[in-house]
Write a protein that binds this ligand. Structure first.
Ligand SMILES: NC(=O)c1ccc[n+]([C@@H]2O[C@H](COP(=O)([O-])OP(=O)(O)OC[C@H]3O[C@@H](n4cnc5c(N)ncnc54)[C@H](O)[C@@H]3O)[C@@H](O)[C@H]2O)c1
Ligand SMILES: O=C(O)C(=O)C[C@]1(C(=O)O)C=C[C@@H](O)C=C1
Length: 366
């Protein structure tokens, strides 16, 4: 039986674990410094076994996936390099930058494994295992950055697992090229969104009407400002070379827009919006699948720490198997809603009864 060890069971590691468990017969072991995340992932059946001890998690694994913030990934790789690995082992990662980790792996002495950088182009402003779900990567691009001397058979073995499990579209790219493109379409937007929120929050400290009146425009543009600060700190530090010129370009773009407004240049202002509208409408759509399960229910939960783990534990105590648990995303109006998926109608009904007995509001979506 083949085994994959996922190191870091958060949003991305947890989602990958779910994908692999749901669509392949690989054994999945999980490693994390957070015992709570491991307990949740184990009770939800996302991993076969959880470990806080690295050597145990990776023993006999055919593939290791580093799914921690990009700076922690380098340190984790150093630790892995000092441990015994199965012959033929492949190591990959899911980090948002590729140049640094690929160079680090290449220069690392004594790594008896093939390293292939990876980056699924899907995610969320939520983090942690409780936000993971098995359709996160469906139809998204998944970038792999093998170096020219990487054995083709290893690239194929990793690609096969990822394609079947994630249903993403795999593409091969040079790591530096990846960092330039992703710097523009992901890293720069996160800087802009957070800068905008910081600016408006300063105004709001003087006058609370700023937040109260904030409607779709501000909310749509700034959703990603709620993302994890440590993850984003690491990404910006890791991709400085690509990000600094992109920020210069952004400042120039804003200066041009400012000048058009200062000059009351109606043509320039209209052209600014027309070019953007045409480009935005030309952006290819990504059709993310909906989970093909009729055995699901939704639960309102208070937004308090440990609540999600509490619901999973409640069901585990009643021997009810959860196939998937996730926080509803991109639905500001339904914050605090958990989506629970079961394997059959009996488990679904028993879960509804247990949760209702505990005074949770349980409902179906129409
Ligand atoms: N969030 C996204 O939208 C997204 C999308 C694609 C790729 N990524 C990349 O995926 C990686 C993981 O991001 P995430 O969103 O899953 O983060 P996350 O915070 O949801 O999960 C990270 C997990 O790693 C664990 N962890 C942290 N340091 C560790 C260490 N040294 N040893 C063991 N466990 C450790 C944490 O406890 C946590 O469970 C990052 O490198 C990020 O750049 C994120
Ligand atoms: O959808 C989101 O919330 C994301 O931020 C996902 C997103 C992105 O910028 O598109 C964030 C980081 C990744 O490395 C890949 C995807």
């Amino acid at each position: 039986m083949s085994k994959v060890a996922i190191l870091g069971i958060g949003l991305i590691g947890g989602s990958l674990a779910l994908c692999i468990k749901e669509r392949t017969d690989w054994v999945v072991s999980g490693y994390d410094t957070s015992e709570e995340s491991l307990a949740l992932a184990t009770s939800a059946g996302m991993i076969d076994r959880g470990y806080t001890h690295l050597a145990e998690a990776i023993a006999d694994a055919d593939i290791l996936v580093l799914a921690v913030p990009v700076n922690a990934a380098k340190e984790l790789l150093n630790q892995v390099a000092m441990l015994p690995l199965k012959e033929g082992c492949i190591i990959t990662d899911v980090g948002s930058t590729k140049g640094e980790i690929v160079a680090h792996a290449r220069e690392l002495k004594g790594l008896p494994a093939t390293f292939i950088g990876g980056h699924p182009m899907a995610g969320s402003h939520h983090s942690g295992v409780q936000a993971s779900h098995s359709l996160l990567f469906e139809n998204a691009y998944y970038v792999l950055t093998p170096l020219p001397n990487t054995p083709l058979a290893d690239v194929e073995r990793l690609s096969r697992l990822l394609t079947i499990a994630t249903r993403a579209k795999l593409v091969m790219m040079d790591p530096r090229y990846h960092d330039e493109v992703v710097g523009a379409i992901s890293h720069l937007p996160h800087i802009i969104a957070s800068g905008l929120v910081n600016q408006i929050s300063r105004y709001n400290e003087q006058n609370e009407w700023y937040y109260r009146l904030a409607a779709g425009g501000f909310r749509d543009l700034t959703r990603i400002a709620a993302a994890h600060p440590i993850m984003w700190r690491d990404i910006l530090l890791s991709n400085r070379e690509a990000i600094l010129p992109l920020m210069d370009d952004w400042i120039a773009e804003m200066s041009n827009a400012r000048k058009a407004i200062l000059d009351a240049d109606a043509d320039q202002i209209e052209s600014f919006f027309t070019r953007a509208k045409i480009s935005r409408e030309g952006l290819p759509e990504r059709v993310q699948g909906v989970l093909q399960s009729s055995y699901e229910c939704y639960v309102d939960v208070p937004d308090s720490p440990g609540m999600i783990a509490g619901v999973a534990q409640l069901l585990a105590d009643e021997k009810i198997n959860l196939q998937n648990i996730g926080v509803m995303e991109n639905r500001e109006d339904r914050a605090g809603v958990l989506r629970l998926v079961f394997g059959d109608s009996d488990q679904q009904q028993r879960a509804r009864d247990v949760l209702k007995r505990k005074k949770f509001r349980v409902f179906d979506l129409d």
